[in-house]
Design a protein around this ligand. Structure first.
Ligand SMILES: Nc1ncnc2c1ncn2[C@@H]1O[C@H](COP(=O)(O)OP(=O)(O)OP(=O)(O)O)[C@@H](O)[C@H]1O
Length: 333
């Protein structure tokens, strides 16, 4: 069983929100659509759902879905704000999806509430639930009728950071436990990488790269994608016998020999002991390190990181070393 989209295009007036997009989602696979605000992620998801008129083709197992209305596609939908029915209790919300399919099964409702960690919440009014609990109910409601594809549009972004991280882990587990095939829209790469088997990075209505999270993170297709994935400094390098050499120094890096364009995330440059080559112009404490902006002699500002203990003050001169953990190889197959 497989979802396949080919040549999907959505215009709003003269604006192409989605341009000629192709992708597939395999049975039981979770694909994340990741990209900056306004790049067309939600529009693409809505086109797959049948909520947005689109050119191109959406098919399931080779069967064209054009002309098949939203409620007959067998897809489940979860949006950012849950959109629960306020006048129904938790069980009533979960049962709604089942009733739509002519099913009545208190057992299935209880099973779903247990799956999302809300065992015993059936009689609660949804207005009395926290934001995280409401999203779990929305997820249970969408999963109850066993959709062949679950479409999730920023399902966690209305929640605060720590809850989002926890729910992303929970969601990843329960999508796998239920063997759900899913398309998840998010602008948060940590969330995409937690949830997805594969990630499709979008920009300006197009998919720029599709791959497994670690591949996309390590080898972004181009500088725009790399920038979106946290790289802030770009330079040319050479790789020879497992050693990367660039203007900032050398580092061990297992990759084929040759010239490379690299992107450095802040963690790719570390404050170290040695001959100073840069002056600190800014610093910010993060939970387990200090982010440093440094003016590197002959280069200009670069982002780097320092250990919390002994982190340099603004104005002090520092040495920097390349750390392969923060290096992305751009456009390398
Ligand atoms: N109903 C609409 N009418 C006109 N333009 C629209 C409409 N919906 C979206 N757009 C435009 O289409 C583009 C893509 O929007 P979309 O909501 O798909 O992006 P997104 O990547 O999901 O962004 P966000 O993460 O901010 O929700 C944007 O330029 C947006 O302004």
């Amino acid at each position: 069983m497989m979802l396949s989209a080919t040549g999907l295009t959505v215009h709003y007036g003269s604006v192409a929100a989605v341009s000629d997009v192709d992708f597939e989602i395999g049975d039981g696979e979770v694909l994340a659509l990741l990209g900056p605000s306004g790049c067309g992620k939600s529009t693409l998801l809505r086109a797959v759902a049948g909520l947005e008129p689109a050119r191109g083709r959406v098919s399931w197992d080779g069967t064209d879905l054009s002309g098949v209305p939203v409620h007959r596609r067998g897809f489940g939908l979860v949006f950012q704000d849950g959109q629960l029915f306020p006048h129904r209790d938790v069980a009533g919300n979960v049962a709604f999806g089942l009733r739509m399919r002519g099913e009545r099964s208190p057992g299935r409702v209880a099973e779903l509430l247990e799956l999302v960690g809300l065992d015993g919440y059936g009689k609660r009014r949804v207005a009395t639930l926290s934001g995280g609990e409401q999203q779990r109910v929305a997820l249970a409601r969408a999963l109850a009728p066993r959709p062949r594809l679950l479409l999730l549009d920023e399902p966690l972004s209305a929640l605060d950071r720590s809850l989002r991280e926890q729910l992303a882990i929970d969601l990843s587990r329960l999508l796998r436990e239920a063997g759900t095939t899913a398309l998840v829209v998010t602008h948060d790469h940590d969330e995409a990488f937690t949830l997805a088997d594969r990630v499709a990075v979008m920009d300006s209505g197009r998919i720029r790269q599709v791959g497994r999270p670690a591949e996309v993170w390590r080898r972004p297709a181009d500088e725009t994608t790399a920038r979106f994935l946290g790289c802030t400094t770009f330079t040319d390098a050479t790789i020879e016998s497992g050693v990367l050499t660039c203007e900032f120094g050398t580092a061990a890096l297992a990759a084929p020999d040759g010239a490379a364009r690299i992107g450095l995330r802040p963690a790719g440059l570390r404050v170290t002991a040695g001959e100073p080559t840069a002056v600190v112009t800014g610093r910010a404490h993060r939970h387990d390190h200090v982010r440093v902006v440094a003016d590197l002699d002959g280069h200009g500002p670069v982002d780097a990181v320092a250990e919390v203990a002994g982190a340099p003050e603004v104005g002090s001169r520092i040495a920097l070393a390349v750390d392969p953990v923060g290096v992305a190889l751009i456009g390398r197959a």
